[in-house]
Design a protein around this ligand. Structure first.
Ligand SMILES: [Zn+2]
Length: 367
């Protein structure tokens, strides 16, 4: 890893649009989350980062509950170059509309926007969370909120599906993580495509970004067809390395694709806190070099990948201006009173006692 260049030369205001805060405390370095991504942002030459909280599901670590929205809001409050999306929470699984009185998804959308979140992150299309929530993406549970988000122009970063091989190749790791979906308990790869297409049919102006290229690296023609129909639809180029391997198989096609659709592609790394700085630098470097140079480098999943060297105006769009214009140009201010109300309303759902105490402390100090 000695061959770094400083990522993002010649890009104005680069932004990493897809970052997580998986934990609130870094045990190894004994620091809490407060400024935990600043070193990554600065070392990689990023002007902005955008946090994507994951507050739903029953996953470990237990900080993946409503607290994940709250610490991302605090992070935004304490670090001015940070955008954050907010995520939806569910009082129980499977989610039932009648159990969500007072916290319907539309209500949550309004609360999150009032706090000053810059968009919405939905992991509800990742098959394991999808089956837990128990509702199709084009079903009744989500209809109202998609309608509202479409009308409000809210930017929605959604993880829908996973790589196709998660349905066909049951590796030990995939089975252990419940990331193998070919056992009949999950909708198929193509059924989930159809659900997203239905969402777009019903909400054609939805400001939707499908994470990880919508896992269409082998089928980009399907993505082209969606792009042609839905003018606000975007994808992010956040790895899954498998998609870069797919891109690399068809260099001429993909150079033309990314040039034509340069206003539909948004840069992201999937970095998280606690930070693995070397991994973050490597991701920024390899993704930038794929799009900006014609170098052949060892890259994702130990594949040699050759860059497509897009024109600089395309790079500026992908690494900065597409997302910045969708998010209004600068991070929204946190509305402290609205955040305090949100914490009061939902803090009983925080599962980790220490994190609960920290949130109480920060509320007193900062709100
Ligand atoms: Zn992610």
């Amino acid at each position: 890893m000695s061959d770094y260049i400083k990522p993002f030369p010649n890009i104005e205001n680069p932004i990493d649009g897809h970052i997580h805060m998986h934990r609130w405390y870094d045990e190894e370095n004994e620091i809490d989350f407060s400024h935990g991504l600043e070193e990554y942002r600065c070392e990689c030459g990023l002007k902005y980062i955008a946090l994507a909280p994951l507050p739903s599901g029953n996953a470990i670590p237990v900080s993946r509950d409503v607290s994940n929205n709250i610490i991302c809001a605090f992070y935004k409050l304490m670090n001015k170059d940070t955008f954050s999306y907010g995520g939806y929470i569910y009082p129980s699984y499977p989610a039932k509309k009648e159990e969500m009185a007072g916290m319907e998804l539309s209500v949550q959308h309004r609360e999150l926007m009032e706090i000053g979140f810059d968009g919405i992150k939905m992991l509800e299309g990742k098959p394991n969370l999808y089956t837990l929530v128990g509702s199709p993406l084009d079903g009744e549970l989500f209809d109202g909120v998609f309608d509202e988000m479409e009308k409000a122009g809210t930017y929605v970063l959604m993880h829908a599906r996973d790589p196709e091989c998660f349905w066909t190749e049951p590796t030990e790791e995939r089975i252990a993580k419940k990331w193998f979906y070919g056992n009949g308990e999950y909708p198929t790869y193509n059924e989930m495509f159809d659900q997203i297409e239905n969402v777009l049919k019903k909400h054609p102006k939805l400001n939707l970004c499908l994470a990880h290229f919508f896992f269409l690296g082998e089928y980009p023609e399907k993505l082209e067809a969606l792009f042609e129909k839905y003018p606000n639809l975007t994808v992010d180029n956040t790895p899954g390395g498998e998609m870069y391997i797919s891109f690399n198989k068809r260099p001429e096609y993909y150079r033309a694709f990314f040039e034509k659709y340069a206003d539909r592609v948004i840069f992201g790394t999937d970095m998280d806190f606690p930070v693995h700085l070397e991994a973050g630098k490597w991701l920024c470097d390899r993704q930038y070099r794929y799009f900006a140079t014609d170098e052949t480098l060892m890259s994702f999943d130990d594949h040699k990948i050759t860059g497509i060297k897009l024109p600089s105006e395309c790079l500026q769009k992908i690494f900065s201006s597409n997302l910045l214009s969708k998010l209004g140009g600068a991070p929204k201010e946190i509305n402290k009173a609205a955040l305090a109300r949100y914490i009061e309303k939902y803090k009983h759902l925080i599962r980790d006692e220490k994190l609960y105490a920290l949130i109480e402390k920060l509320s007193k100090e900062l709100l």
